[in-house]
Design a protein around this ligand. Structure first.
Ligand code: IPD
Length: 277
């Protein structure tokens, strides 16, 4: 596993040495599973431990920085992106996968300054794939440069999405309706690995043309957003226009043609914003 030295986030090196080991070890053992907003919104002790480890290591070096962490927010910390340098952390993206031993799980760390994402690291622990990107410096997987697909034809494309954790039948109908419309364009296929960040890294890697979802959180997508744009991709809202990190909606595509084409088929709905008071 290589660490991308062109990025100034070497401070994360200890986290990326120890946290994946914690995740991999726990997969072999008993998990302490808890529910958050609903019976399908899961969290484990590992999510909480990994987040604490990351925050503690970063705070030692940068005591003045801010943090938005999935489990800290669940515990009542504010979820507000200010101008202050801010680390946006998802300790285990794909917690449902993790709980079931489904091998797609990622540790995600994004970093923003003045509300602009500056770098992102997504470590797909089981595959041992370290995706890294820094604004203006390209995107990499285990040190190899990433480039999105150059496909412009929607009917030659693979689209990724997820069902998320909202089980309101009206919302589920909209999710199925969007998928049905996209599938029948037709596209080559629809995929979803159970981790927003890994889906986005697959867009950055060029094997999936686009990923969209409504209901994700800023920590699911912050790190991967830098990786997609540095690999040449685009980020949009599901109704067009730029992605709003706090809106819980994202389209990550290889180019505007594919992104705008799927937007036409998505039945958009709103989710309570991450930064809602
Ligand atoms: C979830 C995963 C999943 C997506 C959900 C996310 P978590 O993140 O990324 O693929 O469908 O919307 O919340 O809870 O495992 O960090």
């Amino acid at each position: 596993m290589q660490f991308c030295c062109c990025c100034n986030f070497l401070v994360l090196k200890p986290c990326y040495l120890y946290c994946p080991q914690i995740v991999r070890d726990t997969l072999q053992n008993d998990l302490k599973i808890m529910c958050k907003s609903s019976s399908v919104d899961l969290v484990t002790k590992t999510d909480q431990n990994v987040e604490q480890l990351i925050i503690t290591s970063v705070k030692e070096k940068f005591p003045g920085h801010s943090f938005i962490g999935e489990e800290s927010v669940a515990a009542g910390e504010p979820c507000v992106l200010t101008e202050n340098p801010t680390w946006i952390i998802d300790p285990v993206d794909g917690t449902t996968n993790f709980v079931h031993g489904y091998p797609c799980v990622a540790i995600c760390i994004g970093f923003a300054v003045n509300k602009t994402l500056e770098f992102g690291v997504v470590y797909s622990c089981i595959e041992d794939k370290m995706y890294t990107a820094r604004k203006g410096k390209g995107a990499f997987c285990n040190g190899q440069p990433l480039q999105v697909s150059d496909q412009k034809e929607i009917n030659q494309s693979i689209i990724a999405t997820e069902f998320g954790s909202n089980r309101d039948p009206e919302i589920v109908d909209k999710i199925f309706s969007s998928m049905r419309k996209i599938l029948c364009l037709p596209v080559h296929g629809i995929r979803g690995v159970g981790s927003a960040a890994i889906n986005m890294c697959l867009v950055a890697s060029g094997c999936v043309e686009a990923y969209y979802e409504i209901g994700i959180h800023c920590w699911d997508v912050a790190a991967a957003a830098v990786i997609v744009s540095e690999a040449g991709g685009v980020l949009m809202d599901v109704e067009g226009g730029p992605m709003d990190l706090m809106s819980r909606r994202v389209v990550a595509a290889n180019n505007n043609i594919i992104g705008e084409r799927i937007i036409k088929e998505i039945e958009a709905f709103s989710a309570v914003r991450d930064d809602a008071p």
